[in-house]
Design a protein. Structure first.
Length: 151
């Protein structure tokens, strides 16, 4: 009887240890993906500011996210700048992918001085349903950055 109880105790300890290990591993994977998405957003923000400050003559924004070029708003110039910089490769105009997730850039209006970016990671986030999401707002004139972890 004592041997049976000892074996049950050992098996219980092993099962609990494995469960705890799996839980720690999964939470670290989510945390690592979230940190990688934030790092990617910071890199995208750096290159986007480079675009914002670059003169129109070399394909930059001329201190505007969507400058008027030939009396039309050049909405995809920032996306093209990011593609040509080699930082990320876009599948469609303002959406990009890296090994860590997918990133979308947008403006609320053509005159908006704040570029909005959303990074969606590959791992399931805190809620257990949706992937990791991080939003970054980048103000061109002040170079101020706001980061919000959504999941």
């Amino acid at each position: 009887m004592k041997k049976f109880l000892l074996i049950c105790l050992i098996v219980t300890i092993i099962v609990v240890s494995v469960a705890i290990g799996i839980n720690i591993y999964e939470s670290k994977m989510v945390e690592n993906n979230r940190n990688a998405v934030i790092a990617d957003l910071n890199l995208i923000a750096d290159k986007a500011l480079e675009y914002y400050e670059a003169p129109l003559q070399i394909g930059g924004g001329g201190n505007n996210w969507a400058p008027k070029v030939d009396d039309e708003y050049a909405q995809n110039r920032c996306a093209l700048w990011l593609n040509f910089s080699g930082i990320i490769k876009g599948e469609s105009g303002d959406e990009f992918s890296t090994a860590n997730g997918t990133y979308k850039l947008w403006l609320s209006s053509w005159e908006d001085k704040t570029l909005k970016m959303m990074g969606t990671g590959l791992e399931i986030g805190k809620d257990g349903i949706n992937p990791v999401k991080v939003r970054m707002d980048l103000n061109g004139p002040t170079q101020g950055v706001s980061i919000t972890v959504l999941n």
